[in-house]
Design a protein around this ligand. Structure first.
Ligand SMILES: Nc1ncnc2c1ncn2[C@@H]1O[C@H](COP(=O)(O)OS(=O)(=O)O)[C@@H](OP(=O)(O)O)[C@H]1O
Length: 207
């Protein structure tokens, strides 16, 4: 979730943006943020929730490796006692309907702009132009602000003569997941995704 705080902006021409991914899944954040500023504009970047589970696993996996902690194959975390382990945190964080419901108790849907994370990765400009419109900003982002970084395999940003990519911990190769288990995960998420689509009155290209 990105929270825009116009009231703490340094100048009338500026807005303040704060980014904390953990807000979306926090039970307390919506109420607290609403108490702070009920007219705040919220940005939510979401990708295919099954991909998000694997991405979550991959980041934890490499963090643990770097900290010399033991690691497990993703299948050992996804499955417990022969069934999908829906208590696995990476799965819980991908139940977008559950978390969104919590936000919609405090904010109208119009105040929350959802960025299609998969589209953002493959074609960033249109998604960011939608963000500019949502924030009522004068359009400034143009295609030359992006270049495809062959080494990373992703788009990175070019602005004011500087080039910036995400941290090296991002964009690492995901493990190949056992296809039966992946299918189980996708089937489990499907109903949650449908509920989420109804809540936000739009659909995404997730299975
Ligand atoms: N330039 C560049 N470098 C690396 N990764 C890139 C880039 N552009 C988009 N992506 C995709 O962004 C995913 C990471 O998003 P996060 O939300 O976890 O990153 S961050 O919190 O905004 O830093 C990351 O997910 P993972 O591949 O699962 O790490 C990528 O799919």
């Amino acid at each position: 979730m990105l929270d825009i705080h116009p009231e703490v902006a340094a100048a009338a021409t500026e807005i303040t943006v704060e980014k904390t991914p953990g807000y979306f899944t926090s039970a307390l954040a919506p109420e607290r943020i609403c108490a702070m500023n009920s007219s705040i504009k919220l940005l939510l970047i979401l990708r295919d929730p099954a991909e998000r589970v694997i991405s979550d696993y991959t980041q934890v996996y490499f963090n643990r490796l770097e900290n010399h902690k033991p690691v497990q194959a993703i299948e050992n975390l996804l499955v417990r006692n022969g069934a999908l382990n829906i208590r696995y945190k990476a799965i819980q964080r991908s139940l977008y309907d559950v978390h969104m419901r919590n936000w919609l108790r405090h904010f109208p849907l119009e105040q929350i702009h959802i960025v299609d994370g998969d589209a953002l990765i493959h074609d960033p400009l249109p998604e960011l132009q939608k963000v500019e419109r949502f924030l009522n900003l004068t359009p400034r982002i143009v295609s030359s602000n992006f270049y495809f970084n062959q080494t990373k395999g992703f788009y990175c940003i070019r602005s004011d003569g500087r080039e910036r990519c995400l941290h090296e911990s991002k964009g690492r190769p995901h493990p190949a997941v056992n296809s039966t288990i992946l299918q189980q995960l996708r089937s489990f998420l499907q109903e949650h995704n449908r509920t989420f689509f109804r809540l936000v009155k739009r659909t995404f290209d997730w299975q």
